[in-house]
Design a protein around this ligand. Sequence first.
Ligand code: HDC
Length: 274
Amino acid sequence: EGKGTEFKYTERDVMLYNLGIGAKRTDLRYVFEGNDEFQVIPTFGVIPPFDAETPYNFDDLVPNFSPMMLLHGEQYLEVKKYPIPTSGRLISKARLLEVVDKGTAAIVKSGVTTTNAETGEELFYNEMTVFLRGCGGFGGQKKPADRGASTAANKPPQRAPDVVVEEKTTEEQAAIYRLSGDYNPLHIDPAFAKMGGFKVPILHGLCFFGIAGKAVYEKYGPFKNIKVRFAGTVNPGQTLVTEMWKEGDKKVVFQTKVKETGKLAIGGAAVELV
Ligand code: HDC
């Protein structure tokens, strides 16, 4: 475990995050600090841990590591306590969970606990999986361990979805989203994106995770946890279609497709409601 990385934020950071995942000027509770219900959309819980110092480097874990070949594979977030403060000082501590050998690719999973530095209370727990193309074949374990909700397959049921929400991203979506802390050039620099194998800079996984999570939150309310697999890339400007199935009292299974191509962008996804 690392020694902990501080993350300070203000209401301005909250509004910038909300705008980065598609909040509109008319969504006053997301974009106006003077609104009575001013709040941060709960998927914000992935932001404070993002820069947490890790007690390892990818180079030490897998062969042939290249930042251009790194993709975000999966994300799991637990929100331990509501309401989420709209400003504060948090501490995140990261640890390595596992390294998996997928043959041509490798998967690295880390777990990050985020506490409120003022109260000592745990606020978020995240598990992030990165998919490292070209870094497999080193003879490591072949399958990730079962970690309950964070690794569940969440296969959508056969019936038609209970709710469908469509949201068009803007051409500037990644350029705005990155200001919340993920400055990976893959999402802004055409030359870098090209070296990674993409025609144009692609959208951050955590940006379309936020857009889909916002749609689920607005329909079903706050969640205890949320898990997604990034199944396909999204280009800024494309339209996202999120389909939701209520399963029992507390669970919503969902998936997100790109309208223009019909391809899956988020699969294996679910929330457990508060
Ligand atoms: O699914 C493919 C893909 O392109 N997904 C979309 C990726 C994406 O767009 N991510 C978001 C953008 S990148 C980003 O935001 C980076 C960010 O800036 C920083 C990240 C965080 C940094 C944190 C620092 C600490 C792809 C390429 C991922 C996989 O496709 P294929 O190679 O065709 O794989 P496939 O044949 O389907 O499966 C091979 C095995 O891998 C498993 N797998 C597939 N997709 C996975 C995945 N595992 C985890 N996550 C995924 N997304 C499959 O299960 C399969 O395993 P097995 O053979 O054992 O069944």
